[in-house]
Design a protein around this ligand. Structure first.
Ligand SMILES: Nc1ncnc2c1ncn2[C@@H]1O[C@H](COP(=O)(O)OP(=O)(O)OP(=O)(O)O)[C@@H](O)[C@H]1O
Ligand SMILES: [Mg+2]
Length: 367
């Protein structure tokens, strides 16, 4: 009997609705081999690891392990995740900078695998610390003219955008300076100025405020809010380790961990997922590590973390994220007492996005 051939339904992108569609995306890297401790010759490292690669079967790091994600037209999706979760790898795959090992992805309706040129014309990538593309012998203004002309902008269009962007990003006085005289934070602003020269339907913003002081970060957020989100139809994926940034700019947030999207929703939905009133904030005398470990062992405690209060190190704030505060509170206090920790006050608090993040991934965000 002939076996009926089952036709695998092909995923069809829906560019009217979605700016980015990602289905089962996979990416793996060859794990880099380290050198034995007694080797110190720099160039030898490359030779040694290459030889090892050929001799041993390569080991792989699964940076993306089946990512599913969609970004609606006009939406800014926040992408959060601990270090090494795969955020930058995902953005690089979508920006056609890395080849996919599995799955499908569409950006602005174009297939990342088969239509890379169309994808590149649809996107703008603002990363952090990628200063190599700048000509260090040209001024900031000349550099920006150069980038604008690569995208085919006329001289007057370029000048208008340069004037607008430099002013908004606080770089006006450095217009005629070369990049080498700028601080790291100022160079990050220069990178943003370059990124925002060209208006594309999709933006990938990989930690755009990293290295900026609080005021600079606020300016950039304001810039993204007014210039990008205010611009109808523009969509973006924004990765950040700053919770306030994600809450201020993103309607929806996806949390990545170990190469997968493990939760997504509005900030409120994510907080609810973690339990809305499930955090116990305890003001104490310093908590020894053994006491903290004992609190973490209590049944119903999801995470516990201490942070200092005031500059003298005499008092601390212990934040305990529980499944049910009413049931766990007594055991937490008793455990602290057993370890000789003085409780000064305690209160039940609403979960923050950071609590939700820790609850979901079991890890704290690095800032
Ligand atoms: N070129 C590469 N070669 C080998 N491994 C890599 C490479 N790039 C990334 N990785 C690995 O892939 C994983 C994901 O890295 P990625 O840079 O995407 O994380 P991330 O979520 O952006 O982290 P961060 O918050 O620190 O920026 C990590 O384990 C990393 O070591
Ligand atoms: Mg990254």
């Amino acid at each position: 009997m002939a076996v009926e051939k089952v036709s695998v339904q092909k995923i069809l992108p829906d560019p009217e609705r979605w700016a980015v569609e990602v289905y089962g995306l996979e990416k793996r890297f060859v794990r880099r081999q380290g050198l034995p401790g007694d080797t110190s010759v720099g160039s030898f490292q490359w030779l040694y690891s290459t030889l090892l690669k050929y001799r041993n079967k390569p080991e792989f790091v699964r940076a993306l392990n089946g990512v599913d994600l969609r970004v609606a037209r006009g939406e800014v999706l926040g992408l959060l995740g601990p270090n090494g979760a795969g955020k930058t790898t995902l953005i690089k795959c979508l920006a056609t900078l890395l080849k996919l090992d599995g799955g499908e992805a569409y950006v602005n309706g174009y297939n990342v695998r088969t239509q890379p040129d169309e994808v590149r014309l649809s996107i703008n990538l603002v990363g952090s610390g990628h200063w190599v593309g700048f000509d260090w012998g040209l001024t900031i203004e000349q550099n920006l003219h150069f980038f604008g002309s690569l995208y085919g902008l006329s001289r007057s269009e370029r000048q208008e955008r340069i004037d607008q962007t430099l002013g908004r990003l606080g770089l006006e006085e450095y217009r005629r300076a070369t990049p080498d005289v700028l601080s790291a934070g100022q160079r990050q602003r220069m990178l943003l100025a370059k990124g925002f020269m060209v208006r594309t339907p999709v933006f990938f913003l990989d930690e755009p405020t990293v290295g900026l002081d609080p005021e600079g970060a606020r300016d950039v957020r304001e810039f993204i809010r007014t210039q990008l989100i205010g611009h109808t139809g523009t969509s973006a994926i924004l990765t950040t380790h700053r919770m306030n940034e994600a809450e201020a700019l993103c309607g929806r947030i996806a949390i990545m961990d170990r190469g997968k999207v493990v939760a997504h929703g509005t900030p409120l939905e994510l907080r609810r997922l973690a339990g809305e009133r499930s955090v116990l904030e305890i003001h104490t005398r310093p908590v020894p590590l053994a006491a903290l470990a004992a609190v973490r062992e209590i049944g119903g405690v999801l995470t516990a973390a201490v942070s200092p209060v005031g500059g003298e190190g005499l008092e601390e704030s212990l934040r305990v994220h529980c499944e049910d505060v009413d049931r766990t509170c007594e055991s937490v206090i008793a455990t602290l007492k057993d370890h000789g920790v003085n409780v000064l006050s305690l209160e039940q608090q609403e979960t923050t996005l950071e609590d939700a993040f820790i609850g979901i991934t079991g890890r704290r965000l690095e800032s």
